[in-house]
Design a binder for this molecule. Structure first.
Ligand code: TRP
Length: 340
């Protein structure tokens, strides 16, 4: 679909600064961001404009924006290579969102399942921004003509909307291939980490039970305790080839082990075949502590120096702007603004 687009490959992704990051974010997003930075030009944005679609305490917003930055850096995102910055620092995101508001159709937004899930019966009382959230997301991506977007499964529909907006803009203004049609990058180990209490629910910062997730700020003791309490079943560890569709919790723990140890699931299954969870869970907890504690330590070191974080983000915003400004000029001219 992007076959006629001539521009360079570019990766864009965003994380909301709305609460502590957990193992699911680490395996599903941060590790992928690190892996991509050596092969692509990457922009990793802290999407504070998306965060404020629901109420955020101002002091908290600032602290959490720095926390996400610290997590990116601690996980190994190199700020001299990838571009990390807060969304609000590049005002063009908001400008392009307005233009896209005039391209996207109400019917398209009415089909967005994430808005329906978040708003529930209360949609009349949600902010207009929450409804418009996916249009701002399209603007984030297309402001840089990004071609690849590492995201979770739950963002697929928003990516489709981004493609629809790009396509309609290209058609409406007769500028074929002006915008690429960005593709999601979803695959890979750790793509979907589930709750430790319910193998059918995603690990989430909004889950009321803290035992459902491993936070990047959890101490080794807490990590061990949470894995000990993790839900399993009456069986033992499976054998290679066993169907795990009826054992979602066990499936999830094996997936977490494999993603942390960076080996195929089958290798993990073969190693623990027939053992009790009393043997597997401590092994998993040890592995998680081994992999996460250096990240936590480094994250805390960055957080102790907020000025340094702010300098890194300022530099990232300058680099992001350098890409966005000429693209934005072209967009204004294309639309036909006299002042462009
Ligand atoms: N909606 C994304 C999420 O909740 C965050 C996000 C905002 C994003 N803008 C983006 C992700 C652009 C990828 C690209 O996960």
């Amino acid at each position: 679909m992007t076959s006629d687009y001539q521009g360079p490959d570019r990766v864009f992704s965003g994380v909301q600064p709305t609460g502590a990051l957990h193992l699911g974010n680490y395996l599903g997003a941060l590790k992928k961001f690190v892996a991509l930075q050596s092969d692509y030009e990457c922009l990793y944005c802290i999407v504070d404009l998306h965060a404020i679609t629901v109420w955020q305490d101002p002091a908290q917003l600032k602290a959490q924006t720095r926390e996400i930055a610290a997590a990116y850096l601690a996980a190994g995102v190199d700020p001299d290579v990838a571009i990390i910055y807060p969304q609000s620092a590049v005002r063009e995101h908001m400008e392009l969102a307005w233009y896209f508001n005039c391209v996207a159709r109400v019917g398209w937004l009415n089909r967005m399942t994430q808005f329906k899930d978040k708003a529930g019966k209360n949609s009349e009382n949600m902010s207009v921004g929450l409804y418009d959230y996916p249009v701002l997301q399209a603007a984030d991506i297309l402001l840089y003509k990004a071609t690849q977007v590492p995201v979770g499964e739950d963002q697929k529909q928003h990516l489709e909307l981004s493609r629809d907006i790009a396509q309609k803009f290209n058609n409406d203004f007769s500028v074929p291939n002006f915008f690429p049609l960005p593709e999601p990058l979803i695959k890979g180990p750790g793509a979907r980490v589930m709750s430790l209490r319910d193998g059918l629910a995603k690990m989430s910062k909004s889950d009321p039970s803290d035992n459902s997730r491993i936070n990047l700020t959890d101490s080794a003791d807490v990590i061990v305790k949470k894995f000990k309490k993790a839900k399993t079943d009456m069986g033992v560890m499976p054998a290679p080839g066993d169907d795990l569709s009826e054992r979602p919790e066990v499936d999830n723990l094996i997936g977490i082990y494999a993603a942390l140890s960076e080996e195929p699931r089958e290798a993990v299954i073969a190693r623990f075949e027939g053992q009790g969870f009393g043997a597997f869970k401590p092994a998993l907890a040890d592995l998680a502590v081994e992999k996460l504690s250096p990240v936590t330590t480094l994250m805390n070191r960055y957080l102790a120096d907020p000025d340094e974080i702010d300098r890194i983000l300022d530099r990232g915003a300058d680099r992001a702007r350098a890409i966005a400004v000429p693209i934005m000029d072209d967009i204004r001219k294309t639309i036909g603004f006299l002042g462009a």
